[in-house]
Design a protein around this ligand. Structure first.
Ligand code: SF4
Length: 339
């Protein structure tokens, strides 16, 4: 894995205006992503986790330039091209689309029922003008379908003839056909039966290693992320609250929210049952976030400073960063170990 980030974002914010407010007062906005700094190393399988409503899908789309960027910078550098994403023009954006692709969550909704599998996979090549002849297109479609474990005979059929796992392999083939470097996989196994999730996850990991791709893998499920990712960022109410190499994060989480998410993973060990730290309450509205630490309304360790000052992501000289006023103290007290 190269040390140079493929994608580097600083102070990245995505706000959506909504109706309401007073005539002379500020217009209300949904702060879906707020002040995010993130580095995704080239060749990594980078996990982004958080509850529904944490802003992870919006962040993934902002990195694809598929969500409006309110503030901040995103630099993309794959060794061949460099882009300053928020300021690229439409022509350059089309070039970027060849290099950065999305795999959707729902393989049922993502595929046109009226197109054959061959045409579904071939469409991006034709739209982006990446081949010169039907033969060239067919050869590329066959190559990618083979990598995604689809048979040649599958290419003549329509999506309704396939199971969820096979449909997701069609979606993956479509995302890969333009030869991208960066893939955002948004809850790409969430809609699948547990029995086939591992199959699709293994395929994604195999493809990533085989083709040298960089993945941003978005999931609400920490056990899935632990299985495939080498680095993880935890998101809460539009902010990153912890980021670390996967092993380090799972061995010693520093943020009470990360610990609570981990506690929710079902354990097969009867001694561990009942130790789960239940996450009380709902995630606050991104239109009206609480002052100070955004997790203070649900955190069992909140004190006065948490209600006033927002903690910034900080590291202690390692790749493990956390945004919590009390993380050192909680670690010293072993508060997060069996909470
Ligand atoms: Fe909890 Fe305070 Fe840390 Fe926020 S800063 S996670 S409220 S202890």
């Amino acid at each position: 894995m190269s040390d140079k980030p493929l994608i580097s974002a600083r102070d990245l914010s995505v706000h959506y205006p909504i109706s309401g407010g007073t005539l002379f007062g500020p217009k209300p906005v949904v702060r879906a992503v707020e002040g995010v700094n993130i580095d995704i190393e080239k060749g990594s399988f980078f996990g982004l986790v958080g509850e529904s409503g944490s802003g992870k899908t919006t962040l993934g789309r902002a990195l694809l330039r598929a969500a409006p960027i309110t503030r901040g910078s995103i630099d993309y550098d794959d060794g061949e091209v460099q882009y300053d994403l928020p300021s690229i023009d439409d022509k350059t954006l089309k070039e970027y689309r060849k290099r950065a692709q999305l795999i959707f969550q729902d393989p049922y909704a993502a595929l046109s029922p009226r197109m054959t599998v061959r045409d579904i996979i071939a469409e991006p090549l034709e739209v982006m003008g990446l081949t010169n002849s039907r033969e060239e297109t067919d050869a590329r479609v066959r190559e990618i379908a083979g990598k995604c474990r689809l048979n040649l005979e599958h290419l003549r059929r329509f999506p309704h003839a396939f199971s969820g796992g096979q449909r997701q392999r069609i979606s993956i083939s479509r995302a890969l056909v333009s030869g991208p470097q960066f893939i955002v996989a948004d809850e790409s196994v969430a809609a699948l039966d547990v029995s086939i999730q591992a199959d699709v996850l293994n395929l994604l990991k195999e493809i990533q290693q085989d083709m040298g791709l960089t993945f941003l893998f978005i999931s609400h499920d920490l056990s899935v992320v632990a299985h495939v990712c080498d680095h993880v960022a935890v998101m809460y109410l539009g902010r990153l609250v912890e980021t670390a190499p996967t092993r380090e994060l799972f061995a010693a989480p520093r943020h009470p929210y990360t610990k609570a998410l981990m506690s929710a993973i079902p354990s097969l060990d009867p001694d561990d049952r009942g130790k789960a730290q239940k996450l009380e309450g709902e995630i606050p509205s991104p239109t009206n976030p609480p002052p100070g630490c955004k997790f203070q309304t649900r955190c069992p360790y909140a004190i006065d400073i948490c209600r006033k000052d927002e903690p910034k992501l900080e590291s202690s000289g390692t790749a493990h960063e956390v945004a919590c006023h009390r993380w050192k103290e909680l670690m010293e007290d072993h508060a997060l170990e069996d909470a």
